[in-house]
Design a protein around this ligand. Structure first.
Ligand code: KG4
Ligand code: ZN
Length: 335
């Protein structure tokens, strides 16, 4: 069965074709980063219009690459995300579904990120612990099966990607700031300042990043020569974030007796985070390839394929700006 996946929740238009027998067979991505960079962040209206402009040409491109004119099913990101952007993907998916007479499956964006490591040869098996770190979410999730998610902890304020982006902005780096900050940190001294490691000794598995962001802001303000201290601030900030994420993840892993860990979402591309978890997690660590850490159509096509294989039936159109991951159900229960 051939599944077309569409991702339009934020600032990347992602399209992919996943074959349940052969795996991923075609994939295309258009990033809107340049369009939003001048505004220092994502402008929802611009995002929706660009998805509308790009989506159909990208779909044509992947169908052509795969040598086919249609798919057997369509999966699209139905939330969480920017409502207008989600509606572009949802409208396209349901229109094509009508034209092709095939099932259309709404997918939770974070479920897409969760299953993304299964696109790799070395795929995790259930159950596993997942650290989901993106621009909008920071979560520790225990996964028993597709759709059986227990959220152990999440951020009480900023998402970790958001903290990277806001700190990068303070340091005068462009948007999106995460990758630029990580690059700058490579030439800095991570011991230069001891920024707070928020919540590290608190009970439970929640996160908080707004205090850390404020500490960096104060340091930037009191710095007479920001140019010469920027790299040290970036490195010290990144170290504080990574120490916090690693400590909370290891604690959750001990609690769940987890011997498999998945790292997913845009911040999962961070090299320091990967190497620290590789080093300190006692079991096996799984990541998607770098391209599939950030938003893409392949993870949505795969989530659709897994849900269909598990017996899910098509659902009504959804575009949901806020959507709790642990409200999802196993596909057979939805059918
Ligand atoms: O998953 P994603 O593409 O979009 C959302 O669903 O939010 O994640 C984007 C986030 C941005 O905040 C970006 O700055 C961050 O991931 N990011 C990074 C790195 N690459 C992307 N943060 C830290 N280090 C990186 N190498
Ligand atoms: Zn994402």
């Amino acid at each position: 069965m051939l599944i077309l996946g569409l991702e339009t929740s934020c600032d990347e238009t992602g399209v992919a074709l996943f074959d349940t027998e052969r795996g991923l067979i075609a994939e295309a991505l258009h990033s809107q980063v340049d369009l939003h960079a001048v505004y220092g962040g994502v402008v929802p209206e611009i995002a929706s219009r660009d998805h509308l402009r790009r989506l159909l040409p990208l779909i044509r491109q992947v169908l052509r690459e795969a040598g086919t004119e249609k798919a057997d099913a369509i999966a699209y990101t139905a939330g969480p995300g920017l409502t207008g952007a989600l509606m572009v993907g949802g409208g396209m998916a349901n229109g094509l579904g009508l034209a092709w007479g095939c099932p259309v499956i709404p997918i939770h964006h974070m479920e897409g990120h969760l299953v993304a490591p299964m696109l790799e040869e070395n795929a995790p098996t259930y159950p596993f612990l997942a650290l989901l770190v993106s621009g909008g979410h920071t979560m520790l999730v225990w996964i028993e099966a597709l759709g059986a998610y227990q959220v152990l902890g999440c951020t009480l304020d900023d998402a970790v990607g958001e903290a990277f982006d806001k700190t990068a902005k303070l340091l005068g780096l462009g948007y999106p700031g995460g990758p630029a900050l990580a690059l700058l940190a490579e030439s800095g001294d991570e011991q230069a300042w001891q920024f707070p490691r928020p919540m590290i000794n608190r009970e439970g598995f929640d996160f908080s990043f707004s205090g850390l962001k404020t500490a960096v802001m104060l340091k930037v303000r009191e710095s007479d020569d920001l140019e010469s201290t920027r790299a040290d601030i970036a490195a010290s900030f990144q170290r504080a974030v990574v120490d916090t994420l690693v400590a909370r993840t290891l604690k959750a892993a001990r609690h769940q007796n987890a011997d498999r860990l998945v790292i997913a979402g845009g911040v999962g591309a961070n090299k320091l985070l990967r190497s620290e978890l590789d080093q300190h997690f006692p079991g096996d660590v799984f990541y998607p390839r770098l391209r599939f850490c950030t938003d893409n159509g392949a993870m949505i096509a795969l989530a659709g394929a897994l849900r269909l294989t598990d017996g899910e039936k098509p659902a009504t159109i959804l575009a949901t700006a806020r959507w709790a991951l642990d409200s999802l159900r196993r596909p057979a229960a939805i059918a």
